[in-house]
Write a protein that binds this ligand. Structure first.
Ligand code: NDP
Length: 337
């Protein structure tokens, strides 16, 4: 049984030495328990927060403990009346091969799910986040201009496609020409601007001639700086994530622009609201699942996975996620099905 534990708390960007791969015996189950064998592990930006002991909405991972994370597992052995061997479940068993569960918190995925790993992405936490943030906070109206950054990622790709379904003009922001082309040609965005280009702010302004009605915030930093002057009166900003600052050790250099932000929010009556998906919307998962499964069945949603083989490669893949190395929803295949 391999497991990856938190070896040290990163200062700035995480490095390989912050993680440690350990070998332990496969745990044994008692009455009322199941032994889960992980097949897919989800890697998500929030894990950077769990590596740090700064105060947040969730407890940090303790040093020496297994890194947390959503997993799709198969039941290897069962002493539990509700579970049978071979069944698939969505679990939160973290960065390890095997885990024991008493059934609490498991979501059944059936004996033969068509795409088991979708439960970590389009049908799971990231898809749900895109759906609730955009529709409940962003409140897009037909003809609105929506801007979303990390546009080809797990959340952003869904935000933009839902925006198109709702009849909006969607402008993505992504890192590099290849991702921008994918957003336009495959995801169907109206435009997508490369945030690494020197003329990024000008290009974004050109793509948003009518201003911005909804800015779905995933990254912060210079992308937000370029968005702020383009926001329309009455714009909505679902504040979902700020990945550009997750590795920051201090406030950004340069003049304090807080008063400019406050002034813009006031004069343009802009609503900006943060949210934490399961804390705020857990009771609305079914609503999301019904819509998303229908859109998928109708071919209205494209979903791209960045599948990395091998649990041992999780640290490097995670380090890359915070630097835009992933292209699509980052998932580790920990074991074969
Ligand atoms: P992604 O699949 O989008 O992967 C992260 C992407 O962020 C990278 O591929 C990169 O895309 C982009 N990125 C990284 N660093 C920077 C930077 N400095 N500037 C601009 N872009 C950067 O991840 P997710 O879809 O899983 O998550 C997206 C956001 O949503 C994150 O901020 C995450 O924390 C947040 N989130 C919030 C939740 C909530 O409940 N509030 C729940 C789930 C996610 P590119 O190469 O295109 O720049």
């Amino acid at each position: 049984n391999r497991k990856i534990v938190l070896a040290s708390r990163p200062v700035g960007a995480p490095v390989a030495e912050d993680f440690c791969l350990q070998q332990t015996a496969v745990p044994t189950i008692t009455e009322g328990e199941v032994l889960l064998r992980s097949v897919y592990l989800s890697l998500d930006p929030y894990m950077r927060g769990r590596m740090s002991d700064a105060k947040s909405y969730a407890e940090p991972v303790a040093l020496g403990e297994v890194m947390v994370g959503g997993t799709v597992c198969q039941v290897e052995q069962s002493n539990h009346a509700d579970y049978q061997q071979g069944e698939w479940v969505l679990s939160y068993s973290g960065w390890q091969d095997y885990a024991i569960s008493n059934g609490e918190g498991l979501l059944k995925l059936g004996m033969h799910p068509t795409h088991p790993s979708y439960a970590l992405g389009v049908m799971g936490m990231p898809g749900f986040t895109a759906y609730m943030g955009l529709l409940d906070i962003g409140k897009p109206q037909q003809g609105d201009t929506i801007v979303v950054a990390a546009a080809t990622g797990a959340v952003g790709s869904m935000v933009g496609q839902i925006g198109k379904i709702k009849g909006c003009r969607v402008v993505g922001v992504a890192g590099g020409e290849q991702k921008c082309r994918y957003a336009k040609e495959v995801l169907g965005f109206d435009d997508c601007i490369d945030h690494k280009a020197n003329d990024f702010a000008e290009k974004l302004a050109e793509a948003c001639e009518q201003g911005i009605d909804v800015y779905y915030e995933n990254v912060g930093g210079k992308v937000f700086d370029a968005v702020l002057p383009l926001l329309n009166t009455g714009a909505r900003i679902p504040l979902c994530g700020l990945i550009s600052q997750y590795n920051a050790t201090e406030l950004p250099q340069g003049p304090d622009r807080m008063s400019m932000l406050m002034g813009t929010l006031l004069v343009k009556r802009i609503k900006m609201q943060g949210f934490i998906i399961f804390d705020d919307y857990a009771d609305r998962y079914d609503e999301f699942a019904a819509d998303m499964s229908q859109w998928l069945a109708e071919g209205k949603i494209h979903y791209r996975e960045d599948l990395v083989q091998g649990l041992e490669n999780a640290p490097q893949a995670f380090i890359g996620l915070l630097d835009g190395k992933n292209f699509g929803k980052l998932v580790i295949q920990t074991n074969s099905a």
